[in-house]
Ligand binder design. Structure first.
Ligand SMILES: [Cu+2]
Length: 496
């Protein structure tokens, strides 16, 4: 690809100090942005038409954010990676109606890190993020200040928000095409710039890379394979600089890397083909085979000499591994955790944790009481169904053995599961997938205990699919395959 456009640098917003509180005013608004030649792109932004300012706060201070929603739809603003009380979180329970302002406040108390704010409305996180609401939220602390890292924003400390998009013939974002794991675009954006380049003016440049894509995982590298240096991850500074030639970032992840350059040279940041830990066919569908140009770094004819990176970086940020509360092992791969499918009976208890917090409940060796209860309920429901007449299951008239079964009502999938005796129903070909989707990414399970099944079913149908996942991690599953439906059937059975 050609790098034809200067990398857009989101403005830095340090707020204003009001009575000892750092205060920010954010307005979510709709507009259009020139991104591609075929036409202006309708976009949403924060205090602008695309993305939002980079917010900067310091550890120890109190912050207040007023978020005004001037969009035509209700949404939320969530502080991804920030340690804060639930009432300040901006999750799906903090919907901001059009025209309303949501004000939230908390005291920043966590190590310096690169965080991400983005919308988090129930079932619409992906869509609203795709429309370009979001930005970086930087936390500084005494360590980062003392470390003499590249920290001049927009000069040698550069945000790099990675997003993939597909444009239609008029230049609008395509919002409906999706794979199992979410939207996968064919065009890269860096900070809302197509084909971006950056004028580099110092020997060391820090890139704060955020994977703000819904489904795509990147494996960063430099075009000539030279090493770069990892200095921080989601949780903040790493203990010491780590030289790398490859770095994988899944959706929601951040990494601060430092690139060294000589005067006059050009170097591109790329994403290489990668091992996503799934079958080759699935990996290809998930973009694992894609080679992508992300950003061209253009060094000036003469560069300012940057101080060398310190040998020791973070000392306060890490977890203390000497006194673990308990030790657990998670083997993640091929849509499974510890070789168990997730999104099955283990799923309902898992909802309690929010944001992926339920994983530990899927641990095999010590299932929680909730886990065991759910599992017992499912097996009870299974044995009941074995004796239930086909009519009661709504199956009369459907030949379960014919290829038409994908077109049969969802309930028809249940006997198929029983016949196979397992939940391992192969994924159908892509054409069997339902086109269109409401754009859900956060993947909360929709069925709720105690609600009538019909209502659950109606809600899920309206939602256009069935999915789950852990936002901010690799798994953002939102497909509507028979396998998912089986999981759903099992879950609903637990409620009867
Ligand atoms: Cu998030």
């Amino acid at each position: 690809m050609t790098f034809a456009n200067p990398l857009r640098i989101p403005p830095l917003d340090e707020g204003t100090i009001q009575a000892g509180v750092r205060a920010f005013d954010l307005t979510l608004q709709a507009g259009t942005t020139a991104l591609v030649p075929q036409g202006a792109t309708p976009t949403w932004g924060v205090n602008g038409t695309i993305l939002g300012p980079t917010l900067r706060v310091r550890r120890g201070e109190r912050v207040r954010l007023a978020v005004n929603n001037s969009l035509p739809e209700a949404t939320t603003l969530h502080w991804h990676g920030m340690r804060l009380p639930a009432r300040a979180d901006g999750g799906p329970h903090h919907m901001i109606e059009p025209g309303a302002t949501w004000e939230t406040t908390w005291t920043v108390d966590q190590p310096a890190a690169t965080l991400w704010y983005h919308p988090h409305p129930h079932g619409q996180t992906e869509l609203h993020t795709l429309r370009e609401i979001g930005g970086l939220l930087l936390v500084d602390d005494v360590e980062t200040v003392a470390a003499h890292l590249p920290d001049e924003y927009g000069v040698d400390d550069i945000p790099e928000i990675l997003q993939d998009r597909t444009f239609d013939d008029a230049g609008a974002f395509v919002e409906t095409e999706r794979i199992d794991v979410g939207m996968l675009g064919d065009t890269m954006l860096g900070n809302g710039t197509v084909g971006p380049y950056l004028e580099v003016t110092a020997t060391l440049t820090r890139l704060r890379v955020l994977n703000a894509s819904a489904a795509r995982t990147y494996t960063l590298c430099l075009a000539d394979n030279r090493p770069f240096t990892l200095i921080a991850t989601d949780g903040g500074l790493v203990p010491a600089p780590v030289p790398l030639t490859r770095l994988m970032l899944s959706p929601g992840e951040r990494a601060d890397i430092v690139v060294e350059m000589s005067a006059g040279e050009r170097l591109s940041l790329r994403s290489t083909a990668q091992d996503l830990g799934v079958s080759a066919r699935l990996a290809e569908r998930m973009g694992g085979a894609d080679e992508l140009d992300l950003l061209e770094l253009r060094a000036a004819a003469s560069l300012r000499d940057s101080p060398a990176l310190p040998p020791v970086l973070g000392t306060t940020g890490g977890l203390d591994a000497r006194v673990p509360a308990s030790q657990r092992t998670f083997d993640l791969g091929d849509n499974r955790i510890n070789n168990q499918n997730y999104g099955r009976e283990s799923h309902r208890p898992a909802r309690r944790g929010g944001h992926g917090g339920g994983v530990e409940r899927r641990e095999q060796s010590h299932p929680s009481p909730q886990f065991s209860r759910a599992r017992r309920a499912v097996s009870r429901a299974r044995s009941r169904r074995k004796t239930a007449p086909a009519r009661a299951r709504g199956l009369e008239g459907h030949d379960l053995h014919s290829p038409r079964r994908h077109a049969a009502p969802r309930d028809a999938v249940r006997p198929q599961r029983r016949r196979r005796g397992a939940l391992h129903v192969p994924l159908p070909p892509a054409v069997a997938r339902r086109p269109g989707h409401d754009g859900s990414v956060s993947g909360r399970r929709e069925s709720r205990a105690g609600e009538p099944r019909a209502r659950n079913r109606a809600r899920n149908r309206a939602r256009g699919g069935w999915g789950w996942g852990r936002e901010g991690h690799t798994a953002l599953y939102t497909g509507a395959s028979p396998r998912r439906r089986v999981g759903r059937a099992a879950s609903l059975a637990a409620h009867t």
